[in-house]
Design a binder for this molecule. Structure first.
Ligand code: ADP
Ligand code: ADP
Length: 227
């Protein structure tokens, strides 16, 4: 599904945010991406979502090398990648329905098919009863789930989340992770960037660990809860 092959990223000024990163995420696999603040997690996700370009190496989605695609093809690759942001980035003066429908509107969906898909996405995150609400009337956890519904509404095979539990308490964080697990269980590949090591260790998934732009671990995380 996703492959990094010796990928480096230097920002203007020469700062090396990622240093020769290689890994594969198989179709239907779920993994965490962790590391200290500034380790390169967001940069890695930005390379997948084509917000940034690598300075060296190759990023492939479904065997398509992202640096080789034409700009006109970018929307088609982006369609395969659902992205969940920490701060939701919801349109606050639009209803939950409108927020979730946005990716479909961009793709030209209308009428019954659009309504059906929006309702299906909201159902998956348990928010069908909030379809007519404005985001401001929802709790932080519910707003996060609206963001997830929007990311999955056009059924991307790959889901990326950048610190999705950053603003949530431990119970809500766990709920959010259960939502990702549910998508993973129906075949979606999931990559979740988080610095919440306690949560990561409890979930028992493959964990990619970055430190100063280098991959220092790839496997189950061994972590002792602080006492
Ligand atoms: P993380 O998500 O793990 O906190 P980031 O990928 O956001 O890490 O950042 C990695 C490093 O790259 C940080 O030192 C950050 O300051 C730097 N960085 C991120 N974005 C830019 C940018 N647009 N220009 C210059 N440096 C950047
Ligand atoms: P950019 O916006 O970076 O120039 P484009 O994809 O728009 O990227 O165009 C790159 C080149 O490829 C242009 O010469 C364009 O005419 C050509 N091109 C774009 N799309 C197609 C296509 N579907 N078939 C053939 N050539 C194309």
């Amino acid at each position: 599904m996703l492959q990094f092959d010796q990928v480096s990223k230097s920002y203007p000024g020469g700062f090396v945010a990622l240093d020769r990163i290689s890994f594969r995420l198989e179709k239907g696999e779920m993994a965490f991406l962790t590391g200290h603040s500034g380790a390169g997690k967001s940069t890695l996700l930005k390379l997948i979502s084509l917000i940034e370009r690598p300075s060296a190496g190759r990023v492939l989605i479904n065997d398509i090398e992202l640096s080789r695609i034409k700009r006109s093809q970018i929307p088609f690759v982006r369609r395969d990648v659902g992205i969940i942001f920490q701060n939701h980035r919801l349109l606050m003066n639009h209803t939950v329905f409108d927020n979730v429908a946005l990716p479909l509107v961009i793709e030209g969906f209308t009428g019954k098919e659009m309504v059906k898909r929006v309702h299906a996405a909201l159902d998956k995150v348990g928010l069908l009863d909030k379809v007519r609400c404005l985001p401001a009337t929802l709790s932080g956890g519910e707003q996060q789930r609206v963001g997830i519904a929007r990311a999955v509404v056009n059924k991307p095979p790959l889901l990326l989340a950048d610190e999705p539990t950053g603003n949530l308490d431990p119970d809500l964080s766990k709920d959010t992770m259960r939502v990702f697990e549910a998508f993973n269980q129906v075949g979606v590949s999931v990559l979740v960037a988080t610095h919440d090591l306690g949560l990561v260790a409890r979930m028992k998934y493959r964990t990619l660990t970055l430190k100063h732009g280098r991959m220092i671990n790839d496997g189950l995380l061994q972590y002792q809860e602080p006492v």
